[in-house]
Ligand binder design. Structure first.
Ligand code: DGJ
Length: 692
């Protein structure tokens, strides 16, 4: 009666679904390929009063209802208060790398269309779900996850996710999930600094090179939730999507809602996962205009001048930035409204005429004359009491009349679920872009939501999703109108460094912590699943930790991502300027290897006492290796060594390590330990390999 089996074939894997005799969509297989003819739907067996057949069924997308008690992917309330869903197979389409299976709750005319996009070029499958209310009655959605994943076998999996904070984003922890549910979540309105919207689940002994790794990253940076559960039978499943905490969404008859996307895959080892996602991101996720172009080396003024900006001093910085090789100059916070510190100004996006008495073009033209593009900082979702905007529209923030608003960093969040607020925000940036030659916007967001009242919405619990979608829509509109515009997503550092932002912004700010030693751990965690090129990494004076770190070390760390400069260049000596120039030139010579090549985490502080990362161009002709010793110099550090990865074994490479060069085969460098003498604290080495 039902067409049985759907096989999704990627480069190395099969993902298989099937309809059981009750019409339910079952998950059958995810992993290495088998003969498609052999796949079959398992009959639900063992039913007793405590464990129903459903308990044992690997549902492809579990809706709450009946005797289904596990973490569900979907929950709703129908117009007649029924909260029990029964979704069975209705129809399917499969062609050209797309499978869509539609399930229907026939009593209510509500459909769930599960879509899978895939190709034979990689093992990443893109998934999303659309709820269609085909009835003429109202439907209230209470949980709407983008995907459910069922992992094979009954052994426990190791689960990775950051447990970070502001200034320590992406510090990744591993938990063996033996029992119950582990949840990674944000309830803040953005993804935030603590957990990241992904599920990475591996065989407990998996390492960089080997072992089953199942992963899924969510393309949504609003409040999110990832739930991973190991059931009584030992089966591990995950659901990930919009956080259901304080969420619901009302669909009137005829309306539909599509979930954020999930990018999921199965690999052998973590390096393959990172590389597959890295490449998939610049080929398929990032906004098209810059996805496959190398990102410029930029200068950002924040750490140098904070709020205290003016044309003369910014131009002085720009001149040195140009001299050392920067290609873009970004003026950060402080240029607008009554912005003299963090107490006022947000919302008034017109140039502060006290700081720029001759207008901002004096600076922009000056920067352009130097041969650099110009970029500007905005924090569009915010307003402060000390602003004209707040005086005119105090009701444009999320608020409850009888609750005092928490003014974190003295600011309030604008209610982007109101059309007129979105128009205002778009217009402010549009006006600046129309009038001035601004080719880059850093979009910041410096506080989570609170007092989330929305008198304009019939269902206030929609705000979380509506706000996030409004941010994406404004970003897309700007990019459409100004195709040359590059967008950076920032949220007090890395609060928006995730794939939701990366579908609409070209890059992200990873952390406000620019201390290079801390940064190595942050970058290490980030690299697990996020694309290297999107990771803006500034060389700064890093005065926050007051740790004496050489300029060489700072460059050696920031060159491992999208190199940027954030130091106060006005304090640079002639030697610093010359040295910076040399490093930036070196970076440019292998920038595409870093931003588009394969990436290997060879060593890290926690396990090895030093860091080493390696980048290899896709054609395997060039490779660059970074080595950073830790803060302590100790006897054994003289006897460190590394093995390289990703080279062509039979080709010869010239390895240049400072003044010495050797020519050996790729196999030699990959199979024989290369000796390193790291006998000084915080040493930085950059080793280059080129095919001869
Ligand atoms: C937080 C960001 O992360 C910083 O880079 C900087 O832009 C400040 N905000 C400006 O207020």
């Amino acid at each position: 009666m039902y067409p049985d089996i759907f096989v999704i074939e990627t480069l190395n894997t099969h993902y298989v679904l099937g309809v059981d005799k009750n019409g339910r969509l079952n998950h059958i297989h995810w992993g290495k390929k088998a003969d498609p003819e052999d796949y079959e739907v398992r009959d639900n067996w063992e039913q007793n009063s405590n464990h129903s057949g459903l308990d044992y069924t690997d549902m492809e997308y579990t809706a709450f209802g009946g005797t289904m008690y596990r973490n569900c992917a979907f929950k709703c309330e129908y117009y007649d208060k029924c909260r029990d869903s029964v979704f069975t197979y209705l129809k399917s389409e499969q062609s050209d790398g797309r499978l869509a299976v539609t399930l229907c709750d026939k009593s209510y005319g509500v459909e769930l269309e599960l879509t899978y996009l895939y190709s034979d070029e990689s093992d990443i499958i893109t998934r999303f779900v659309t709820v269609k209310n085909n009835s003429n009655k109202t439907l209230k959605i209470e949980k709407f996850m983008s995907a459910e994943l069922t992992l094979p076998g009954t052994r426990p999996y190791a689960v990775k996710n950051p447990n970070g904070a502001w200034g320590s984003e992406f510090l990744t922890k591993t938990t063996i999930l033996e029992n119950g549910t582990i949840a990674f979540e944000s309830r803040k309105g953005t993804a935030g600094h603590t957990n990241s919207p992904y599920a990475v689940m591996s065989a407990p002994n998996a390492d960089e090179d080997h072992g089953a790794v199942y992963f899924a990253a969510l393309g949504y940076g609003g409040s999110f939730k990832v739930e991973i559960q190991r059931d009584f039978a030992g089966v591990t499943r995950a659901v990930l999507g919009i956080s259901d905490f304080d969420f619901s969404y009302t669909l009137k008859g005829g309306e539909s809602l599509t979930s954020p996307k999930v990018y999921m895959g199965f690999t052998d080892g973590f390096a393959q996962m990172s590389n597959m996602m890295n490449e998939f991101a610049y080929k398929n996720i990032l906004p098209k205009s810059f996805a496959q172009k190398p990102l410029p080396v930029l200068y950002n003024s924040w750490e140098a001048t904070e709020f205290n900006v003016n044309a003369r001093q910014q131009l002085e910085l720009a001149k040195i930035a140009k001299e050392i090789g920067c290609e873009l100059f970004v003026m950060d916070d402080g240029w607008f409204g009554r912005r003299y510190n963090d107490w006022g100004g947000l919302g008034d996006w017109s140039v502060n005429s006290e700081k720029f008495p001759n207008g901002i073009d004096e600076l922009i033209d000056g920067v352009n004359e130097l041969g650099m593009d110009f970029g500007l900082w905005f924090e569009p979702e915010m307003v402060q009491e000390d602003s004209d905007l707040y005086k005119a529209h105090p009701d444009w923030t999320y608020h409850y009349d009888n609750r005092e608003a928490m003014k974190l960093r003295h600011q309030l969040v604008l209610n982007l679920t109101k059309k007129e607020v979105c128009e205002y925000v778009f217009d402010c940036m549009d006006k600046m872009l129309e009038k001035h030659n601004i080719r880059y916007i850093k979009w910041d967001m410096n506080r989570p939501f609170s007092e989330i009242g929305t008198e304009n919405l019939e269902n206030g619990k929609e705000l979380w999703l509506r706000h996030t979608m409004a941010v994406y829509e404004i970003a897309d509109r700007l990019k459409e109108k100004y195709p040359y515009l590059q967008l950076e997503a920032c949220s007090s550092g890395g609060g928006r460094a995730e794939y939701g932002a990366m579908e609409h912004f070209d890059m992200v700010w990873t952390s406000d912590n620019t201390d290079p030693v801390d940064r190595l751990d942050i970058q290490h965690g980030y690299s697990l699943i996020y694309p290297i090129k999107c990771m803006r990494a500034w060389v700064t004076d890093a005065n926050n930790t007051r740790r004496p770190v050489s300029l060489d070390f700072r460059f050696g760390v920031s060159m491992q991502g999208s190199l940027s400069i954030g130091s106060n260049l006005l304090n640079y000596s002639k030697e610093d300027i010359e040295k910076s120039g040399r490093y930036i030139e070196l970076y440019k010579s292998f920038r595409s290897v870093i931003q588009f090549g394969d990436f290997y985490r060879l060593k890290n502080y926690a396990e090895d006492g030093f860091y080493s990362t390696q980048y290899v161009s896709k054609d395997k002709k060039k490779s660059v290796l970074f080595i950073n010793s830790n803060a302590n110099s100790f006897f054994n550090a003289r006897f460190k060594s590394i093995r390289l990865k990703g080279l062509s074994p039979d080709e010869k490479y010239r390895l240049t390590d400072g003044d010495t060069a050797v020519i050996k085969s790729g196999a030699y460098f990959m199979n024989k330990e290369y000796a390193l003498c790291l006998d000084r604290p915080l040493m930085s080495k950059i080793i280059i390999l080129e095919k001869v």
